[in-house]
Design a protein around this ligand. Structure first.
Ligand SMILES: Nc1ncnc2c1ncn2[C@@H]1O[C@H](COP(=O)(O)OP(=O)(O)OP(=O)(O)O)[C@@H](O)[C@H]1O
Length: 855
């Protein structure tokens, strides 16, 4: 370190504690980066790399960004998966000699970045933390620092399940201890998730935050809290008590199924379009949009709670005008949760406080409208709304109607709020007028018509009287300051006082205003919980309004829940496919799963609509359990506890697993965790391997689900051979999606009908896709050969179809069994006590057995 200038030495000291971050080192109006940081950042940010002198022989690489435009650069670095440590001057450079003290005031990381152009306010941005526990499970805690929402859940399963959950929640950063860091660093890096280590001591007093969390899971939460505290270095009063996600009260949908069903992210490009969230999102506030997403992530599994939401939606649908009024008011409500977060962390601007005030102004009308309605649940809603009158009163009194963006510009505090500030403003704005008035008064009092008030830099403001009038001067009050050739200049205490005010008015006014503003902002901290509570009620209202709007617009119906297991949907539709196509073209379908028959085996040509049908059943269940109406004419539903899907080829490239391996792992996960209250969707299990292998696996899985689990199950397959299973499995029924041949062309009817399909139409679909005619002809003739061969094989191997290896093995098993029988028969024979005829009879039997073996 020696051989550097004192400033660089200071830099190196700070940098040593923040090796893993780009250090933004404040120098005047710039943030400077040095050494390796400078080289790398200049490349990423496309800014010029320069160098500066040091005490040593080599120049130091350096680059910098202006203070006022740093935010964009910081955002770019953090978006690309880096940390940025902000090091500020913590002393006034004017007040000290030599090196100014500097300190890191904040570390911005991918999981804690809350503001910026790329931060979507309609989504929660969670930073997570993991603790590995005995017994093969993990504790997963996560927190949205902007809104203060935190949750803790128990993740049962292996590392893959854990990572899937982290991805499903969209986390960009996860905090772990050193041991887990080693174990997870590769798989997290592949997915672009930052792993940060927290060594620090856990915060001691966190009982208020983790009171509801089972003790074994608390450590994940406290570790997360310590990390956030260490990086943010501000008050975190807005962080609410962490919620414990109890699986029993939630419908759990594993991350793969979330993706397969396109609940919040489309498979194609990961955007919102084409998802259930996209379909249902008619929310008018960012808080509502976030809540909707969380509800879709964690639907309810409690009949009473579901019905309460559904009944509220019913009331909102009926109360048409009220709904409109509520939505119009809610549109004017800003993001109260994020505002509360900024207040807590001291980053709220004057404009933020004005937005808070403007939002709070809307609340009484919302409350009143609900309260005066004829609807019992809506009235109940109104009683949950706290109008935050005190907070509103304070903001009304203190904050100007339209404050500027920057607090430092002034104009944030309202006139009339603070006498002193008013004086400053008065002084600076009306200073001249005041002086003119004083001049008039003094002339009147003294009778000197030529008395005037002047100003110079040495003496400030003065009263000037010409020599000829001096005898009229009021020397009791005037103090002589300067004598000129033909005039005397005086000051008065009053004038000096005013002078102070006038001269410093602006500067002091701004200073005072800043103090007043921060006092109001800090005072608002008292109301954070109240504001958050309000936000929670309003966002819930927003989502329920959204449900009622969509349900009405799209003719959805209210589902009926019962305590049984039957799941019956009449004329169901896939809501997203329906929205994307001409509504009248969509072919509705029934789905009937009863206690007696709760497994459907679906066959039908490619593209006929098998997976659309399966998905629509799952989406209907999800929609119902978040409290929304459903796309059908009638629905009788059980409360489903978990949904598992094995649909399509959602290749998980990052995990490095083959598609077939993925398929098997997802199946394993479903089979290991499903209960009789679960819904399983298995789309074409086993198609990733050889026919017999795949068919065998599919059959075994169906048998297992039927006999051991008893879950409501939809199973689609291309293996027509499996359709015979309904004879063996009593609760299995065949359905098929109908297609029709007309003039040599296949017409897809998209209609689900009883019984098995007789034929698939793969080659026809290939034709539709535009494969060349000669290729298709060849395929047709090959198909004929295969089919006739298969018929022969089926005949040979009846009653079951086995592979060549299976047949060989079976043959061997049969033979050794016969030999065993002959041998044991021989040893059992009591030769001394049998007639020759009996002996002959035995020999004949043995010989026949051996002959049948050869034959
Ligand atoms: N009920 C329906 N009404 C109208 N169109 C439908 C219906 N169901 C499916 N479709 C249309 O048919 C297309 C194919 O459906 P889907 O992907 O469900 O077929 P599939 O039988 O699962 O095919 P594959 O066996 O090739 O996976 C859908 O994209 C949709 O446009």
């Amino acid at each position: 370190m020696t051989g550097h200038t004192p400033m660089i030495q200071q830099y190196l000291q700070v940098k040593a504690e923040h090796e893993d971050a780009f250090l933004f080192f404040r120098l005047g109006d710039f943030y400077e980066l040095f050494f390796k940081d400078a080289v790398e950042a200049s490349q990423i940010l496309e800014i010029t790399l320069t160098s500066r002198d040091s005490a040593g022989p080599d120049r130091i690489p350096m680059c910098g960004v202006p203070y006022h435009s740093a935010a964009g650069y910081i955002e770019t670095l953090v978006r690309q998966g880096h940390k940025v440590a902000i090091c500020e001057q913590t002393e006034d450079p004017k007040a000290v000699k030599g090196i100014v003290k500097r300190e890191v005031v904040k570390i911005i990381t991918p999981g804690t970045m809350m503001e910026g152009k790329t931060v979507d306010a309609n989504t929660n941005h969670f930073i997570g933390s993991i603790d590995q526990l005995d017994g093969g499970f993990y504790a997963l805690a996560y927190l949205d620092l902007a809104t203060g929402e935190g949750k803790v859940e128990r993740v049962e399963g292996d590392e893959r399940t854990l990572i899937a959950e982290i991805e499903a929640l969209g986390m960009k950063e996860v905090v772990v201890d050193e041991r887990l860091h080693l174990a997870l660093s590769d798989s997290m890096a592949k997915r672009g998730i930052m792993l940060s280590i927290e060594y620090g001591e856990s915060e001691a007093d966190t009982e208020n935050l983790f009171g509801a969390i089972p003790s074994t899971l608390k450590d994940a939460g406290t570790m997360l809290f310590s990390y956030v505290k260490r990086t943010q270095k501000t008050a975190l009063d807005h962080i609410r008590p962490f919620e414990f996600i109890q699986k029993q009260t939630k419908l759990s949908i594993d991350a793969n199924s979330m993706r397969n069903l396109e609940l919040v992210q489309s498979i194609r490009n990961g955007t919102k379009e084409g998802t259930l969230y996209w379909l249902l999102d008619e929310t008018v506030t960012a808080m509502g949009a976030r809540k909707l997403k969380m509800w879709i992530h964690q639907p309810l599994a409690d009949k009473r709670m579901i019905e309460n939401r559904l009944d509220t939606v019913t009331e909102l649908i009926e109360a048409y005008f009220l709904r409109d009024e509520l939505q119009t008011s809610l549109k004017e409500v800003y993001d109260l949760e994020r505002l509360a977060g900024r207040i807590s962390m001291g980053s709220a601007s004057g404009r933020d406080l004005a937005q808070l005030r403007n939002s709070l102004r809307r609340i009484p009308a919302i409350q009143k409208a609900l309260h005066e309605s004829d609807w019992p649940l809506l009235r109940e809603f109104s009683s949950r709304i706290d109008t935050c009158d005190e907070a509103l009163g304070m903001l009304e009194a203190a904050i100007a109607e339209n404050p500027p963006l920057s607090v430092k510009e002034g104009g944030v505090i309202k006139d009339g709020y603070d006498e002193k500030l008013d004086q400053y403003r008065d002084a600076s704005q009306n200073g001249k007028a005041w002086l003119a008035e004083l001049e008039r008064e003094e002339r009147e009092r003294t009778g000197i018509k030529t008395l005037k008030i002047g100003y110079n830099r040495v003496f400030g403001y003065f009263i000037e009287i010409t020599k000829s009038n001096i005898h009229l001067a009021d020397l009791e009050r005037y103090e002589r300051k300067q004598t000129l050739a033909n005039a005397e200049r005086y000051i008065t205490p009053e004038l000096k006082e005013k002078e102070d005010l006038i001269l410093n008015a602006e500067a002091q006014g701004l200073e005072l205003e800043y103090v007043l503003f921060t006092t109001v902002r800090d005072a608002m901290k008292t109301y954070i919980r109240q504001i958050q509570q309000l936000a929670s009620v309003l966002s819930e209202l927003d989502v329920l309004l959204s449900f009622s709007t969509v349900s009405e617009k799209r003719n959805y119906v209210k589902p009926v829940f019962h305590d049984g297991k039957a799941l019956e949907i009449k004329n169901g539709r896939h809501p997203v496919v329906e929205k994307m196509m001409d509504h009248s073209l969509y072919v509705p379908n029934n789905c009937k799963l009863t206690e007696e028959a709760n497994m459907l085996l679906i066959t039908g040509p490619n593209m006929s609509g098998k997976s659309t049908f399966m998905r629509q059943v799952a989406l209907t269940v999800v929609m119902a359990q978040i409290g929304c109406y459903v796309p059908c004419d009638q629905a009788l539903l059980p409360v489903t506890d978990q949904i598992f899907t094995r649909i399509g080829a959602a290749d998980d490239l990052a995990s490095g697993q083959s598609t077939f391996m993925m398929e098997m792992m997802e199946s394993q996960h479903a089979i290991a965790n499903a209960t009789e209250h679960s819904l399983l969707l298995f789309d074409e299990i086993g198609r990733g391997t050889s026919t017999y292998d795949g068919m065998a696996l599919a059959q075994a899985m169906m048998e297992h689900i039927h006999n051991e689990i008893g879950a409501n199950t939809l199973f689609s397959t291309h293996y027509h051979e499996l359709t015979n299973l309904d004879e063996e499995l009593s609760r299995l029924e065949n359905v098929h999606v109908a297609a029709m041949e007309q003039d040599g062309k296949v017409v897809f009817l998209h209609k689900v009908m009883a019984g098995a399909a007789d034929k698939s139409y793969g080659i026809y679909v290939a034709d539709l896709a535009g494969l060349p005619a000669p290729l298709l002809d060849r395929a047709k003739s090959l198909l004929m050969t295969f089919e006739s061969k298969e018929k022969m094989m089926v005949r040979e191997a009846e009653p079951q179809q086995l592979t060549f290896f299976d047949l060989q093995q079976e043959e061997q098993e049969v033979h050794s069994k016969e030999e065993q029988e002959i041998l044991s028969g021989l040893s059992d024979v009591d030769v001394l006590n049998m007639t020759p005829m009996q002996a002959l009879q035995y020999i004949h039997e043995w010989k026949e057995k051996l002959q049948s073996r050869k034959g």
